[in-house]
Structures are given as C-alpha cells and as structure tokens.
Design a protein around this ligand. Structure first.
Ligand code: CP
Length: 305
C-alpha cells in the first residue's frame, strides 16, 4: 500500500502529504506523454452513480497511461444497484475484481462507508455536496504550476459555496497554506458554517458578496457553477440564478497575472470571450487533472514512494 490507503476527505491529508502529491504530479508530467507500465497488471474500478466527464475520464485515462486496466459502472441502471443491491455489498463484490475503486456517489458519507467495507483503496470522486478531494489536489497543482508557490497568495472562491463540493475540499486544502481566502457568494449560497469555523482558526478568511471589492488584490479567482440539482427548493435556485458572471469588463479591473480557475462544467458564469485571455486556466486545469490523478493512483497503489 502507498502513501495513504484511501482518499476520502482532503482533511485526512497533512500539508506534507499534499505537497508530496504535488511533487509526484510534477514528476508524472513526462509520463502523460510517453506512457509507462508502472501499474501494469493493476485494475481500476470506476463506480460512478452520478454524471461525470472530467473526473471519470481523467482517472480512467490516468490508469491507462500508467499501463493498468479499467472496469466501470457508469450507469447505475445497468448494474445490480437497480435490483436493490446496497453500496456495502457492491463494494464487497467489486473489491474482488479491482486493486483500487474510484467512487462518485450522490450521498454524503458514501465514500467513507465504502472504505469501511473495502480491502482495496477507495478514492472519493465526489460525495454529494460534501467533498471532492482529488479536484482540490488538481486545483492546488494548477495554482502551484502557475504561481510557483501557494503560500502568500490572495485567493477568492466565488459562486455556490453552499452546495459546491469542490470548494469545500479546496477551502480545507488551502487552510494548510499561508493564504488570504475570500469567500464570495450571494447570502443564500454562503459556505457551510462548520467549514468557515474550521478554517478561520488557521488562515485569514473574509466573506463578501461582491468580488469587485477585492478583485484588484487577487492572485487566483476560482469560480463555480450554481449546483441547481442540489437545491431542495427550485424557488431558492431562481433567486440566485445568474447572480454572478465573469466577463471581460470585470477582468479589466483585475491584475494582469490573475489566474481564473473553474472545476467545470460551466453554465454561464464565465463568458466564452474570457477563454482566450491570459487569465483563463480552466482547460489547463483539466489537463493537470490527468497528471494529478496519475500521481494519486501511483501513490495509492504503492508504485511510487
Ligand atoms: N470537475 C468535475 O468534477 O467534473 P465532472 O463532474 O465532469 O467529473
């Protein structure tokens, strides 16, 4: 077994472990082009009980790039979940077929539960609105590659901070570094109180509704989609829909070296005209997702120290 057995929450990793993932990801970059047989004979099971483009395909591509193989459930209706099989039983079956399981599930706590039943590593690829730890690692890697460091940066997370799992994991991850963190959202979409309380003791955190108040100071602006599918009441969604947008006019007030990140998919919160600016790093971020997930698989399976 490698650096960690499971990757369930970013809170389970120390700063040293996070830094080690970033350094390993950097070393993986040439292998993304050349390929490797580092994980030859190993099998990844990708179990996705919610839609995904980037996370599933980048994990599967990462496994193939490292010489391993992939089996998958990408549509619960064609698995025995449709017949009523529970998650614990599904995991106890799949562990016989795979060396590592990547799980996306709509329920918070699902990945933790799966890890309790699994003898092979479980990697959380998104657990409801709770966490998305591998996204946080690739987000940190993107910041590190563009800025050369994470300490000392002014970073804003903007958008749906209430239901967005990527920003939950990223806020916890950033609390290991000496950053100033700005949480920008409509009041209805503010970050969960327990997260703000947890991280406020470690770093400077400021909550605000208008990004323009701090935009000229920012090194990184991380934007998220409003997670319409997670609203218990669609009337609440209608109140905040379209309440923020990054366009050329807004970016004219930003620093030249501001980088703009987004976990994607976007549905209107970043105008397409922004894509060709020096600020836009969200497609580079998806490439770094492949490299970071190569590192995570190699570390979890003990192929690298
Ligand atoms: N960023 C992210 O999790 O994208 P997918 O939902 O497409 O995997």
């Amino acid at each position: 077994m490698g650096l960690f057995k499971d990757l369930i929450s970013i809170k389970d990793l120390t700063r040293e472990e996070i830094d080690h993932v970033l350094v390993t990801a950097d070393a993986m970059e040439p292998l993304a082009a050349s390929g490797s047989d580092m994980l030859k004979g190993k099998i990844l099971a990708s179990l996705f009980f919610e839609p995904s483009t980037r996370t599933r395909l980048s994990f599967e591509a990462a496994m193939l790039k490292l010489g391993g193989s992939v089996i998958s459930i990408t549509e619960p209706r064609v698995s025995s979940v449709e017949k009523g099989e529970n998650l614990a039983d599904t995991i106890r079956v799949v562990e016989n077929y795979a060396d590592v399981i990547v799980l996306r599930h709509p329920l918070e706590g699902a990945a933790r539960l799966a890890a309790e039943f699994s003898s092979v590593p479980i990697i959380n690829a998104g657990s409801g609105a709770e966490e998305h730890p591998t996204q946080a690692l690739l987000d940190l890697f993107t910041i590190f590659k563009n800025k050369g460091d994470i300490d000392g940066l002014n970073i804003a997370l903007m958008g749906d901070l209430r239901y967005g799992r990527t920003v939950h994991s990223l806020a916890y991850a950033l609390s290991n570094y000496a950053v100033n963190l700005y949480l920008v959202s409509p009041r209805l979409l503010r970050m969960r109180r327990e997260i703000v309380e947890d991280i406020s003791g470690k770093i400077k955190v400021e909550e605000l509704e208008d990004v323009e108040e701090i935009l000229p100071e920012l090194d990184v602006l991380y934007v998220t989609r409003i997670q319409k599918e997670r609203f218990p009441d669609l009337e609440e969604y209608e109140k905040v829909k379209g309440s923020y947008k990054v366009d050329l006019n807004l970016l004219s007030k930003a620093r030249e070296d501001l980088i703009l990140l987004h976990p994607l998919p976007r549905v209107g919160e970043i105008a397409p005209e922004v894509d060709s600016t020096r600020h836009a790093k969200y497609f580079q971020q998806t490439r770094f997702g492949l490299i970071t997930r190569m590192a995570i698989l190699a570390l979890v399976l003990g192929a690298v120290d």
